[in-house]
Design a binder for this molecule. Structure first.
Ligand code: ADP
Ligand code: MG
Length: 394
């Protein structure tokens, strides 16, 4: 992944903007993708997650219009649609533009005044549908652009909330706040310890010295995510109901590893118990991970990453053949630790490695993974970066 666009690339994009809208762009904005370091599938169980924004960007070139039309074009999908601000509604025929139009509708419903339309060209190096949150990056970016251009005075925390409302209500996906918050609130060299239920957070220094996180993309699209995701939500609720016979708790993440014996007896069902065991142990891993970050204990971070992957594989069963293969490949290639990131069932994994070993690590991962599943993965270095920003005016 490149971090800075070359002049040639910007000239090409400006040309594409002109081709799409017949006017010149006025401003360039960008927003990052995100990884989740630890705390997987516990956001909907009252737990905390630890995401960070990464140097893999979606960009928007924008110009103001003197009518009330929002016109959007994506260089990724090579498609675009237009809509009148006064007549926005969800329409399957508008494809990806529902994410853009939905933002304007969400802002209007929240009482913000949107006096004129925009031309928006979207260009992204965040792979679509690979678990690095291209959708939240797009929604945060468009909300950020609107906030800036119309001077709406919305905080970054609320930009994420409005973007999430849009994904929930307009686009119809029951996602939590993690993706939108981790992007909007991204800070260089920090990760976000985020309580998704209360929407409270604090920043934790991500000072890894000679070590770094890398992203490994399995190059298999996430399949079955939404149906399996909903199954896991239901299984956790079933486990919670059984536990509530004896424990006075509102969610699974109030329980601790010491409670597991009692929890097992109360649940009875072996599969539901494994789901609950993942949630309880993963929540503890978030605590341990933060402690290890603060004491800069790299080996411990690696052990926790591996334990998280094992739990997601064996207890929660959301990894699948490709994520397992890439995690194994990372360990084989010398990673201190590795695990899937995001919802699972394909998508991406992360590994903690020594910075100086990157080229050798990458080669070994590609080789091992290819031998195992006959697919080439993408392996790339990332920095931990700031959230959305205006890059320049023309
Ligand atoms: P993820 O957020 O993990 O990448 P999602 O399925 O939640 O996966 O979101 C992917 C969808 O977001 C795409 O199918 C598309 O509708 C929209 N999207 C994201 N980035 C772009 C882009 N650059 N151009 C057009 N659509 C995009
Ligand atoms: Mg998404």
């Amino acid at each position: 992944m490149r971090q800075v666009s070359s002049r040639k690339e910007m000239m090409d994009l400006t040309q594409e903007f002109y081709n799409a809208f017949k006017v010149a762009p006025e401003s360039l904005y960008r927003a990052p993708a995100r990884i989740n370091l630890i705390g997987e599938h516990i956001d909907y169980n009252g737990g905390r997650v630890l995401p960070a924004a990464i140097s893999c960007y979606i960009k928007a070139l924008v110009s103001k219009r003197d009518d009330t039309i929002i016109s959007a074009y994506s260089t990724n999908t090579k498609s675009g649609y237009s809509i009148d601000l006064n007549r926005i509604k969800y329409d399957k025929a508008n494809g990806w533009c529902n994410y853009v139009f939905g933002v304007f509708q969400t802002l209007r419903l929240a009482g913000y005044h949107i006096p004129f339309g925009l031309n928006i060209l979207i260009n992204s190096e965040i792979p679509l549908g690979s678990g690095l949150s291209s959708s939240a990056a797009l929604l945060d970016l468009v909300t950020y652009v609107a906030n800036d251009i119309y001077n709406l005075g919305i905080s970054l925390k609320n930009i994420a909330k409005l973007a999430q409302n849009c994904e929930n209500s307009f686009c119809g996906l029951r996602c939590g706040i993690m993706d939108e918050a981790s992007i909007a609130l991204g800070l260089r060299d920090k990760c976000l310890l985020l309580d998704c239920a209360k929407y409270e957070y604090e920043y934790i220094d991500l000072d890894l010295g000679d070590y770094t996180f890398v992203v490994m993309k399995t190059n298999v699209p996430r399949s079955l995510v939404s149906s399996k995701y909903n199954d896991r939500v239901d299984e956790c609720q079933k486990g919670l109901r059984a536990i509530q016979q004896d424990f006075n708790v509102d969610n699974l993440c109030e329980l601790h590893e010491e409670d597991l014996l009692r929890v097992e007896k109360l649940i009875g069902d072996e599969l539901i118990y494994r789901r609950v065991r993942h949630v309880i142990t993963e929540n503890e891993r978030v605590r341990k991970f933060v402690r290890a970050l603060r004491s800069k204990n790299i080996e411990e971070l690696g052990r926790i990453l591996n334990a998280s992957h094992k739990s997601l594989k064996e207890d929660y069963e959301v990894t699948g053949e490709y994520l397992d293969a890439i995690q194994e490949a990372a360990i084989y290639a010398g990673a201190i630790g590795a695990r899937m990131t995001g919802a699972g069932f394909g998508g991406c994994a992360i590994a903690l490695i020594k910075k100086s070993s990157f080229e050798e690590f990458k080669e070994k991962v590609i080789d091992y993974y290819f031998k195992k599943v006959q697919l080439e993965p993408d392996v790339f270095n990332v920095d931990i970066v700031d959230g959305p920003m205006k890059v320049e005016d023309y």
